[in-house]
Design a protein around this ligand. Sequence first.
Ligand SMILES: [Zn+2]
Length: 261
Amino acid sequence: MLKNKEDIKYIACPKLEAYAATSHAFLTRTGGTSGGVFSSLNFDLRDGDNESNVKYNKTKAAKVFGFNPLNLITVNQVHGDNIFIIDKKTPLSKKVSADAIITNLKGIAIAVLTADCVPIILLDPLNTAIAIVHAGWKGTLKKIAQKTILSMSEKFGTSVETLVAAIGPCIGECCYNVAESVVKLFKNTFPDYKEFIKLEKSDWKLDLKRANYIQLVCAGLLKKNIWTANHCTSCRKDLFFSYRRDNKKTGRQMSFVMINK
Ligand SMILES: [Zn+2]
């Protein structure tokens, strides 16, 4: 559901909104200060935006959504399956390489940056623990979402029956052609790959949202506890950065979740 706070448009998951102890948002590209291809709410320096713009955007999002910018935790996303576990002993100043973050600490906004890949938020309402996942096709293939759930179970005693998941905006199958070599990799790992990969004329189309939805169901989540955003980052240039559409030079939108203080 598209909403706005001040001039920042964002997508919120109604299932997560039902839990007042947490805050979350899948931010769009609107309401920031960056220009050109980074216009305007860009959170990443990778493709050459300047530091002061990104800092302004972080500070603004923090103010609008009510978290301390110093407690905004992102990771160096590497399309792997490493999970960053944040507990009381974790030093927050050091940037680690990972593609998912989990915590049960209050006031820590855990976030991923995306421009086509899928951001996924997980909430364990019983143990008040949260996770955020970055899954492109490589992370999806490595089952990063499933591994994050396992990590939550080990660390916080999370049970999948009560876990709530929100699959955020990413590139849709309408715009996501993949090479046959990628299809083969999925074929080898997912017996039900035909549920999310289709041959259309001569193009292989990958539905990342569906692939991750199936992965969550296979992990044991109840279908009623999974919500999926319906926007395609490539189709909606007005709302989202898209790595593919913008020829690999673009900004990154942020998605975050936090246990409120
Ligand atoms: Zn599309």
